[in-house]
Design a binder for this molecule. Structure first.
Ligand SMILES: Nc1ncnc2c1ncn2[C@@H]1O[C@H](COP(=O)(O)OP(=O)(O)OP(=O)(O)O)[C@@H](O)[C@H]1O
Ligand SMILES: [Mg+2]
Length: 258
């Protein structure tokens, strides 16, 4: 029996003035899949992620999570239903320690952050320590975020996204800003930690080495449209993906400028 569908987008469209950021996007992601979303700059990847989280509303079409239509729901309601994300630039409190960032994230998800319900409960600390261990962050527990290298911040941002025990994790360019030496060790840690959670993941990625190694499915966008949707070896070999995403010196130069 095939895995159940967790997320289903049907005919999703979004325009910003004359720009078509999404056009008739239809796809279903099953429980446990690792889907990489690829596409050149401006292809509509972040827009699609933002529509899943409710931060942007589609002009047309629907998005269903676990058989529940979330198209019109608020970001907060969608988070509560089990969608979490990390950002292209990690959203962390630089002056707080790693542990305190985790506790703030836990409290926000549990909606218990208030003066009379402190975030530093033994249960919250134990849960944070468990996630920190999974993400190999325990040694940084008491360090201020401002002192941490880029790769460690990225790991923390993703660990924080998991404090709410989501069903679907959206990662927007997890390896952007991470050095070539750091990127594979970092993604090994992320994917091992997510494997322990049997997490369904949609990750936006520009680095095809990362896509080939960690995705079990690739969805490619161009001008807001799906131009390929298959296992990595097949999707990355299609003419459209070579032409509009990975190939050509002009495209690579454009990526380098970005
Ligand atoms: N809030 C907005 N207002 C106006 N135009 C927008 C807005 N957000 C995105 N766009 C436009 O929509 C298109 C898709 O943008 P999007 O950020 O989704 O691309 P992307 O694939 O994530 O690109 P990148 O690889 O550069 O992150 C682009 O042309 C972009 O300029
Ligand atoms: Mg983007």
């Amino acid at each position: 029996m095939s895995a159940p569908v967790l997320l289903r987008a049907t005919g999703v469209g979004k325009r910003f003035g004359a720009v078509v950021a999404a056009a008739d996007i239809t796809l279903a992601i099953t429980v446990g899949q690792r889907v990489s979303l690829i596409g050149s700059n401006g292809a509509g990847k972040t827009t699609f992620v933002n529509m899943i989280t409710g931060y942007l509303k589609p002009d047309e079409g629907s998005i269903v999570l676990d058989e529940r239509d979330i198209t019109a729901l608020s970001p907060r309601a969608i988070t509560r239903l089990g969608v979490a994300r990390s950002f292209q630039i990690p959203q962390l409190c630089a002056d707080l320690t790693v542990l305190d960032n985790m506790l703030v994230a836990t409290a926000c998800h549990g909606q218990t952050l208030s003066f009379w319900q402190p975030a530093r409960t033994p249960a919250a600390v134990a849960r944070a320590d468990d996630l920190l261990a999974r993400f190999k962050l325990s040694e940084h527990r008491e360090r201020r975020v401002a002192e941490l290298p880029g790769g460690v911040r990225k790991l923390l941002d993703i660990a924080m996204a998991l404090t709410g025990e989501p069903k679907l994790l959206l990662l927007d360019e997890p390896t952007s800003g991470v050095s070539a030496e750091e990127k594979f060790p970092m993604m090994d840690i992320v994917m091992t930690a997510l494997g322990q959670h049997a997490m369904t993941v949609l990750f936006v990625e520009h680095d095809m080495d990362i896509v080939e190694r960690y995705a079990d499915r690739v969805v490619a966008f161009y001008a807001g449209r799906v131009i390929a949707d298959d296992v990595p070896a097949v999707a990355l070999a299609t003419d459209d993906v070579r032409r509009y995403v990975t190939g050509g010196p002009e495209l690579q130069a454009a990526h380098a400028r970005h």
